[in-house]
Design a protein around this ligand. Structure first.
Ligand code: UGY
Ligand code: MN
Length: 300
């Protein structure tokens, strides 16, 4: 009897000590180690998301991905990669395609050592943005350019070019059939986000850069939008344009139609024309997302 009492007393004392030591307070969430994030290369969370497949292998059937008529959220644990047609040593995951209702495709291309791109179909323009590694862009004649993380290129329709990688690299690629306009042509463009000026955003607080010229020849643009934690879209947007979005950094809540989604770096979103959309950045670090938007053409 006495032994049992001592045992019970010890157990209670030990569990109290454990609670007291566990987090220095009750109900506190585990803290994110800032030092871990700051020592990593830019955009590393796109290819190493917190809920990456390896973290989810013990949660059978779990995914945050959603597919609805007017929007989709495609999260990394549901990516399915397969060889990209016409590319060598490259696996691709199509995240947005016309089967959803879009007029463009958005895919991730994982280029391995000694890989090479194929060409898009006739009359299709291409935009690539490097999220990991380094790729070399050549046009077969006089042009060769090394593109690192945060660099991008626009390739006009029917433009001979090739991308190659000598190390494991990841691109996000957008392609669409070019909506030609008489007397206008687009040109090859190479650039990097940090070289683009900040633009005015009347009535909004986020920071905006556009990666392509806003001029008439271009039938889409790619926006880079930055939000500090706590900042959000003031306009509860509903518009005719479509979007393809890749979250490059940070986390927050995306409203799409009547649904509210927790999102983080690595997540991709399809927004159909007229889907109500709104974003608020949360967490401790800035949100940066990359956004496809069709522009400069009469919707009729
Ligand atoms: O320009 C846009 O339409 C942009 N602000 N939309 C968005 O971030 N969902
Ligand atoms: Mn929008």
């Amino acid at each position: 009897m006495q032994k049992l009492q001592v045992f019970l007393l010890l157990s209670v004392t030990l569990s109290l000590v454990e609670v007291g030591y566990s987090d220095g307070g009750f109900c506190s969430a585990p803290s994110v180690l800032d030092s871990e994030t700051s020592s990593k290369p830019m955009y590393w969370k796109v290819t190493n998301p917190t809920l990456s497949p390896s973290h989810l292998q013990d949660l059978p059937g779990f995914t945050r991905s959603v597919f609805k008529r007017d929007h989709a959220l495609i999260t990394p644990e549901s990516h399915v990669f397969s060889p990209l047609p016409d590319w060598t040593n490259t696996l691709g995951a199509y995240l947005i395609t016309p089967a959803m209702g879009s007029h463009f495709v958005m895919y991730l291309a994982n280029m391995q050592e000694n890989s090479r791109s194929g060409l898009p179909p006739n009359d299709v323009e291409r935009f690539i943005f490097v999220v990991k590694g380094t790729v070399t862009l050549t046009n077969g004649y006089d042009f060769s350019n090394k593109l690192m993380v945060d660099s991008y290129a626009y390739l006009p329709p029917n433009f001979e070019h090739s991308l190659s990688a000598s190390e494991s690299s990841t691109l996000v690629v957008f392609e669409r059939r070019y909506a030609a306009l008489e007397n206008h042509i687009t040109e090859q463009i190479v650039g990097s986000t940090d070289k683009q000026p900040l633009l005015e955003t009347p009535g909004e607080v986020f920071q905006l850069r556009k990666l392509l010229p806003a001029s008439m020849p271009y039938d889409f643009n790619i926006h880079i939008m930055d939000f500090q934690p706590g900042e959000f879209l003031n306009v509860k947007e509903v518009h005719y344009n479509q979007h393809g979005l890749l979250l490059l950094e940070g986390q927050g809540i995306y409203r799409l139609g009547d649904s509210w989604y927790p999102v983080q770096a690595g997540d991709a979103i399809w927004m159909s024309p007229f889907v109500p959309q709104w974003y608020a950045a949360l967490g401790k670090t800035r949100t940066r997302y990359l956004l496809y938007k069709d522009v400069n053409r009469n919707p009729l």
